[in-house]
Design a protein around this ligand. Structure first.
Ligand SMILES: Cc1cc2nc3c(=O)[nH]c(=O)nc-3n(C[C@H](O)[C@H](O)[C@H](O)COP(=O)(O)O)c2cc1C
Length: 153
Protein backbone atom coordinates (compact mmCIF):
# COMPACT_ATOMS: atom_id res chain seq x y z
CA UNK A 1 0.00 0.00 0.00
CA UNK A 2 1.31 3.43 -0.91
CA UNK A 3 2.26 5.22 2.29
CA UNK A 4 3.09 8.77 3.29
CA UNK A 5 4.58 10.07 6.53
CA UNK A 6 4.45 13.78 7.35
CA UNK A 7 6.81 14.80 10.15
CA UNK A 8 7.80 18.06 11.82
CA UNK A 9 10.76 17.65 14.16
CA UNK A 10 12.36 20.90 15.33
CA UNK A 11 13.88 20.46 18.80
CA UNK A 12 16.44 17.62 18.60
CA UNK A 13 15.25 15.63 15.58
CA UNK A 14 13.72 13.10 18.01
CA UNK A 15 10.49 12.56 16.11
CA UNK A 16 12.31 12.37 12.79
CA UNK A 17 14.26 9.36 14.11
CA UNK A 18 10.94 7.60 14.76
CA UNK A 19 9.51 8.74 11.41
CA UNK A 20 12.53 7.41 9.51
CA UNK A 21 12.16 3.95 11.06
CA UNK A 22 8.43 3.85 10.35
CA UNK A 23 9.01 5.07 6.80
CA UNK A 24 11.56 2.34 6.24
CA UNK A 25 9.16 -0.42 7.38
CA UNK A 26 6.25 1.00 5.39
CA UNK A 27 8.40 1.95 2.42
CA UNK A 28 6.74 5.35 2.83
CA UNK A 29 7.48 8.72 1.34
CA UNK A 30 8.66 10.91 4.24
CA UNK A 31 8.02 14.66 3.92
CA UNK A 32 7.97 17.80 6.04
CA UNK A 33 4.58 19.58 6.22
CA UNK A 34 5.73 22.51 4.08
CA UNK A 35 7.00 20.15 1.35
CA UNK A 36 3.66 18.39 1.03
CA UNK A 37 1.75 18.71 -2.20
CA UNK A 38 -1.88 18.48 -1.06
CA UNK A 39 -2.98 17.12 -4.45
CA UNK A 40 -0.71 14.12 -3.95
CA UNK A 41 -2.59 12.95 -0.83
CA UNK A 42 -5.14 11.08 -2.92
CA UNK A 43 -2.42 8.71 -4.16
CA UNK A 44 -1.77 7.35 -0.66
CA UNK A 45 -3.64 4.67 1.27
CA UNK A 46 -1.73 4.97 4.56
CA UNK A 47 -0.92 8.40 6.01
CA UNK A 48 1.07 9.00 9.22
CA UNK A 49 1.41 12.41 10.89
CA UNK A 50 3.83 13.19 13.70
CA UNK A 51 5.88 15.81 15.49
CA UNK A 52 7.34 16.65 18.86
CA UNK A 53 4.89 17.91 21.44
CA UNK A 54 5.14 21.64 22.10
CA UNK A 55 2.91 23.15 24.81
CA UNK A 56 0.86 19.93 25.03
CA UNK A 57 0.08 19.73 21.29
CA UNK A 58 1.61 18.69 18.00
CA UNK A 59 3.55 21.39 16.16
CA UNK A 60 1.30 24.21 14.91
CA UNK A 61 2.50 23.60 11.35
CA UNK A 62 1.03 20.09 11.47
CA UNK A 63 -2.22 21.32 13.06
CA UNK A 64 -2.59 23.97 10.33
CA UNK A 65 -1.86 21.37 7.67
CA UNK A 66 -4.57 19.08 9.07
CA UNK A 67 -7.12 21.88 8.47
CA UNK A 68 -6.12 21.99 4.80
CA UNK A 69 -6.16 18.24 4.11
CA UNK A 70 -8.81 16.79 1.79
CA UNK A 71 -11.36 14.20 2.94
CA UNK A 72 -9.54 11.24 4.51
CA UNK A 73 -12.40 8.77 4.81
CA UNK A 74 -10.80 6.21 2.50
CA UNK A 75 -7.37 6.40 4.18
CA UNK A 76 -5.70 4.55 7.03
CA UNK A 77 -4.34 7.33 9.24
CA UNK A 78 -1.96 7.07 12.19
CA UNK A 79 -0.56 9.71 14.54
CA UNK A 80 2.72 9.74 16.44
CA UNK A 81 4.79 12.00 18.66
CA UNK A 82 7.77 12.29 20.96
CA UNK A 83 7.57 14.36 24.13
CA UNK A 84 9.08 15.04 27.54
CA UNK A 85 6.36 13.06 29.28
CA UNK A 86 3.67 10.83 27.78
CA UNK A 87 0.06 12.03 27.83
CA UNK A 88 -2.62 10.62 25.57
CA UNK A 89 -4.27 14.04 25.60
CA UNK A 90 -1.32 15.55 23.67
CA UNK A 91 -2.77 13.98 20.51
CA UNK A 92 -6.27 15.34 21.00
CA UNK A 93 -5.94 18.60 19.00
CA UNK A 94 -4.54 16.84 15.93
CA UNK A 95 -6.92 13.88 16.24
CA UNK A 96 -9.91 16.23 16.43
CA UNK A 97 -8.84 18.05 13.29
CA UNK A 98 -8.28 14.76 11.45
CA UNK A 99 -11.68 13.57 12.67
CA UNK A 100 -13.23 16.60 10.95
CA UNK A 101 -11.68 15.24 7.74
CA UNK A 102 -13.42 11.90 8.40
CA UNK A 103 -10.17 10.15 9.19
CA UNK A 104 -10.30 6.95 11.16
CA UNK A 105 -7.15 6.92 13.29
CA UNK A 106 -6.03 3.30 13.08
CA UNK A 107 -3.41 3.69 15.81
CA UNK A 108 -1.26 6.12 17.80
CA UNK A 109 2.40 5.96 18.83
CA UNK A 110 3.87 7.81 21.81
CA UNK A 111 7.55 8.00 22.73
CA UNK A 112 9.76 9.91 25.14
CA UNK A 113 12.21 12.35 23.54
CA UNK A 114 15.27 14.23 24.76
CA UNK A 115 14.07 17.55 26.10
CA UNK A 116 16.17 20.61 26.87
CA UNK A 117 13.30 23.09 26.76
CA UNK A 118 13.43 26.05 29.11
CA UNK A 119 15.21 25.51 32.48
CA UNK A 120 15.89 21.82 31.65
CA UNK A 121 18.91 22.89 29.60
CA UNK A 122 20.69 23.93 32.81
CA UNK A 123 20.44 20.37 34.15
CA UNK A 124 21.51 18.44 31.05
CA UNK A 125 17.93 17.96 29.87
CA UNK A 126 15.52 15.08 30.48
CA UNK A 127 15.19 11.75 28.66
CA UNK A 128 18.79 11.84 27.48
CA UNK A 129 19.35 9.34 24.66
CA UNK A 130 15.66 8.95 23.85
CA UNK A 131 14.41 7.74 21.50
CA UNK A 132 16.79 4.86 22.13
CA UNK A 133 17.25 1.59 20.26
CA UNK A 134 14.35 -0.02 22.11
CA UNK A 135 12.05 2.92 21.17
CA UNK A 136 13.12 2.59 17.55
CA UNK A 137 12.37 -1.16 17.56
CA UNK A 138 8.94 -0.34 19.00
CA UNK A 139 8.47 2.10 16.10
CA UNK A 140 9.38 -0.72 13.67
CA UNK A 141 6.81 -3.02 15.28
CA UNK A 142 4.16 -0.33 15.27
CA UNK A 143 4.69 0.34 11.56
CA UNK A 144 4.64 -3.38 10.84
CA UNK A 145 1.24 -3.69 12.54
CA UNK A 146 -0.11 -0.69 10.61
CA UNK A 147 1.12 -2.35 7.42
CA UNK A 148 -0.62 -5.60 8.33
CA UNK A 149 -3.82 -3.65 9.04
CA UNK A 150 -3.78 -4.48 12.73
CA UNK A 151 -3.66 -2.27 15.78
CA UNK A 152 -0.44 -2.12 17.81
CA UNK A 153 -1.32 -1.68 21.47
C1 LIG B 1 9.10 24.87 23.05
C2 LIG B 1 8.94 23.45 23.56
C3 LIG B 1 7.77 23.08 24.21
C4 LIG B 1 7.62 21.77 24.70
N1 LIG B 1 6.44 21.43 25.33
C5 LIG B 1 6.30 20.19 25.82
C6 LIG B 1 5.10 19.80 26.48
O1 LIG B 1 4.14 20.58 26.60
N2 LIG B 1 5.00 18.55 26.98
C7 LIG B 1 6.02 17.64 26.85
O2 LIG B 1 5.89 16.51 27.34
N3 LIG B 1 7.17 17.95 26.19
C8 LIG B 1 7.32 19.19 25.67
N4 LIG B 1 8.48 19.52 25.00
C9 LIG B 1 9.50 18.48 24.77
C10 LIG B 1 9.42 17.92 23.34
O3 LIG B 1 8.12 17.46 23.05
C11 LIG B 1 10.40 16.75 23.16
O4 LIG B 1 11.71 17.18 23.42
C12 LIG B 1 10.27 16.17 21.77
O5 LIG B 1 10.94 14.93 21.73
C13 LIG B 1 10.84 17.09 20.70
O6 LIG B 1 10.72 16.47 19.46
P1 LIG B 1 11.60 16.92 18.18
O7 LIG B 1 13.04 16.77 18.55
O8 LIG B 1 11.14 15.97 17.12
O9 LIG B 1 11.20 18.34 17.88
C14 LIG B 1 8.65 20.81 24.52
C15 LIG B 1 9.84 21.19 23.85
C16 LIG B 1 9.98 22.49 23.37
C17 LIG B 1 11.25 22.88 22.64
Amino acid sequence: MKSLIICKSIHHGNTMKIAERMASVLNADLVKPKELNLDAIKEYEIIGLGSGIYSSKHHQFLLDLADKLPDLSSKKVFVFSTSGVIRKSFHRSLNDKLGKKNAVIVDEFFCLGFNTNSFLKYFGGMNKGRPNESDLRRADEFAEKVKQGGVAK
